[in-house]
Design a protein around this ligand. Structure first.
Ligand code: NAP
Length: 292
């Protein structure tokens, strides 16, 4: 069994991004990312801190905008409009999930698609489906695809089962893998909570992508011998032996699955580091396009 090391592949991606940032700096341009956080959700605060820190480490400009949980839709829309118009900002993301009273879809649609480095705007979703490379692809599935190519896993002609149909992971993952070309050309099935006999569906797969959000949901009975497993799940489970009182586990039962598969990503240290690396890459792409 091969462990697919997300940290080292993410470091490779970051090195490529650094080189592109240096090229921009020779033209006096610094890529800028704005991250808007509404409310005080601790997990979201941690993600935003991490994005801020990575921007700084790569020599990018980052602007963190923290707004109280009482922020109105109009106030948030006004901030997005300002960022759309700001030439120092090339990428905008509004950390999910916002408080319940915020219409998240309307906020996504208000972001200039050219600055939508999360790839959630309908224009970018359409471009992914149409295989138009001028759009932005959501960072987590993009990171999964990069992990597969970095690990030398052939996707052309492969049977892939994606478990999960969210707009953030499952759906874009499926479109990336079925697109023509490198890292694509797969035969893709999407499974979800209504799928009949999930284990039988998953056992058909050469590659299983788990994006479910349930700890250890896929076990040995879901994975055939020699399959490749990409575990997108990040779930907190109680663990009194740790300082924080919890630990992170994936959607796959690593212990029982690892021994029968050809390659697998760990949690943490698999898909997680890739998401942020791809976000930085998307921001630099946005900057290159906006300043071309
Ligand atoms: P989501 O929006 O909740 O979607 C979960 C999907 O899993 C849904 O399509 C759901 O089916 C399906 N599902 C739920 N229970 C199932 C079951 N028992 N059998 C089969 N399918 C089932 O979650 P998400 O945003 O896609 O995230 C998925 C996981 O990835 C979460 O653990 C999240 O924390 C993690 N994640 C990680 C990263 C990263 O950077 N590594 C980034 C994003 C998300 P229905 O549609 O039928 O409800």
């Amino acid at each position: 069994m091969k462990l697919i090391d997300g940290k080292s592949v993410a470091a490779e991606v970051e090195q490529e991004t650094r080189t592109r940032i240096e090229m921009l700096k020779t033209r006096g341009i610094t890529p800028g990312l704005a991250v808007v956080l509404v409310g005080e959700d601790p997990a979201s605060q941690a993600y935003v801190r991490n994005k801020d820190r990575t921007c700084a480490a790569l020599g990018m400009y980052s602007r963190k905008i923290e707004m109280p949980a009482t922020t109105t839709q109009a106030e948030l829309m006004a901030v997005v409009a300002d960022l759309n118009a700001d030439p120092a900002i090339h990428g905008i993301l509004v950390q999910s999930p916002p408080p319940k009273h915020i219409d998240e879809r309307a906020v996504t649609e208000a972001i200039d698609p050219r600055k939508d480095v999360d790839g959630f705007h309908p224009v970018n979703v359409a471009k992914l489906v149409m295989e138009d490379l001028t759009g932005f692809v959501p960072c987590t599935p993009l990171g999964c695809q990069r992990l597969l190519t970095a690990a030398g896993i052939e996707t052309a002609g492969a049977e892939v089962v994606v478990v999960g149909r969210s707009l953030i992971v499952g759906k874009p993952m499926a479109f990336l893998l079925m697109a023509k070309g490198k890292g694509g050309d797969a035969t893709v099935t999407i499974a979800h909570s209504r799928t009949r006999d999930l284990a039988a569906v998953c056992r058909r797969a050469d590659i299983v992508i788990a994006a479910i959000g349930r700890p250890k949901c896929l076990g040995a009975e879901h994975i055939r011998d020699g399959a490749v497993v990409i575990d997108v799940g990040i779930n907190r489970v109680a663990d009194p032996t740790t300082k924080s009182g919890y630990r992170l586990v994936g959607d796959v039962d690593f212990e029982t699955v690892a021994e029968k598969c050809k390659a697998i990503t760990p949690v943490p240290g698999g898909v997680g580091p890739m998401t942020i690396a791809m976000l930085m890459g998307n921001t630099v792409t946005a900057c290159e396009r906006l300043t071309a």
